[in-house]
Design a protein around this ligand. Structure first.
Ligand SMILES: *Cc1c(COP(=O)(O)O)cnc(C)c1O
Length: 373
């Protein structure tokens, strides 16, 4: 029997029979959307699970990012990272803001606070950092700069579900944080997303914006969008939440095994853990350096030839895509560490159902090249 392909991730799905009762409830009450009972229950359950005061659910993380910018009336220039999924910068273009790229720190691959100030102009109104791979940004340094220059901070926390630092959830940092519940993320609702905020007034504004700007039956206060999470997605999220301890435990085990087995492979560096006290192991990035016998792309192809589909997250850099590369901040000279990471990084498969023999195959395929050559 041919071995099955191994992909960088496999969405977690609880047993189908556990989901049937939720669907029966929806069929019985016929509330499909518009912030119905499951939507409300999931918002409350997530506030408790994540330890945050307010959360607004969305159809996906990208619309949540766009709405977060709109909610804070962010305009002009926004400082952000080139080393992310393209939706981070796209959200700025959708809001008619100009992305200003600043390089990342080589250790965390997160926005480098030491380089932010030089990029601030009179047009700058906000900073949009990403907790890349779920490793927390230097939130303290970023907040200090934001306070000094009166800038808003919105964290793209799409990778950071459940991550905590010494003070609690990292979603408490900044003005707003945005989550994605896409199929490929640690916690998925098929498609989904959320905004985390500090106060009830902001939560209310966000709730209006995700429902066309409606305040009541006859009053529309802003050009809002339709970005409400549906009842079926919210119900699925409630079920999914019950499985999170198992999901996180399996991810931690796979992470530990990679770190142990790859520790002494010449030229292979596992990205160091960040300063989080609770990690989510959402990705497993390695850097393929000059001491490894193959280049990053050659290793990627070699793995593929063995049915292992690792991913070059994030390659190309956002700054290299056609709608961004003309920006002055998009030049390679400005983004040295980001370019370097983008050319060296490979994200290895990590997901709860990754079997021991499959992980062994991945590790051995990486190790083999060191004595084949
Ligand atoms: C997944 C992701 C998004 C977009 O989320 P969707 O729910 O797919 O729209 C945004 N930013 C980052 C960093 C992501 O990884």
């Amino acid at each position: 029997m041919a071995e099955e392909n191994i992909y960088v991730t496999q969405p977690y799905l609880p047993p189908l029979e556990e989901f049937i009762p939720y669907m029966e409830q929806i069929w019985a009450n016929k509330v499909l959307t518009n912030c119905g009972p499951f939507h409300q229950q999931l918002e409350q359950a997530l506030c408790e699970y994540l330890g945050v005061p307010h959360i607004a659910l969305f159809t996906n993380g990208t619309l949540a990012l766009i709405t977060a910018l709109q909610a804070l009336r962010v305009t002009g220039e926004v400082i952000t990272t080139p080393y992310s999924f393209v939706a981070t910068a796209h959200a700025l273009l959708w809001q008619n803001c100009k992305p200003v790229f600043v390089d990342v720190e080589p250790r965390t691959l997160n926005l480098d606070p030491a380089k932010i100030e030089a990029a601030i102009t009179p047009q700058t109104t906000a900073i949009l950092p990403v907790h890349c791979y779920g490793n927390p940004c230097d939130t303290e340094a970023i907040q200090k700069i934001a306070d000094n220059y009166n800038l808003r901070v919105i964290y793209d926390a799409a990778h950071a579900f459940g991550v905590e630092d010494a003070g609690g959830s990292i979603l408490r940092h900044g003005d707003l944080s945005v989550l994605s519940f896409h199929a490929t993320k640690v916690f998925n609702t098929f498609e989904g997303g959320a905004i985390i905020c500090h106060d009830a007034k902001t939560k209310q504004r966000i709730d209006h914006l995700k429902n066309f700007g409606f305040v009541n039956e006859t009053t529309v206060v802003a050009p809002g969008i339709n970005a409400k999470m549906s009842e079926i997605n919210a119900a699925f999220g409630l079920l999914q939440l019950q499985h999170m301890p198992h999901v996180l435990q399996r991810r931690a085990e796979i992470d530990a095994q990679y770190r142990k087995q790859l520790a002494n492979v010449p030229g292979i560096t596992c990205l160091p853990k960040g300063h989080q006290t609770v990690a989510n192991h959402s990705y497993f990035p390695i850097l393929v350096g000059p001491d490894y016998p193959l280049g990053r792309d050659a290793l990627y192809e070699k793995l593929k030839a063995h049915g292992i589909y690792a991913r070059r997250y994030f390659y190309p850099l956002i700054a290299d895509f056609p709608m961004y590369r003309g920006l002055p901040s998009a030049t390679r000279a400005n983004l040295g560490h980001a370019c370097y990471a983008s050319d060296q990084v490979l994200c290895l498969p990590i997901y709860p159902k990754l079997e021991i023999h499959a992980q062994e195959k991945i590790i051995n395929t990486i190790k083999d090249a060191t004595w084949e050559c």
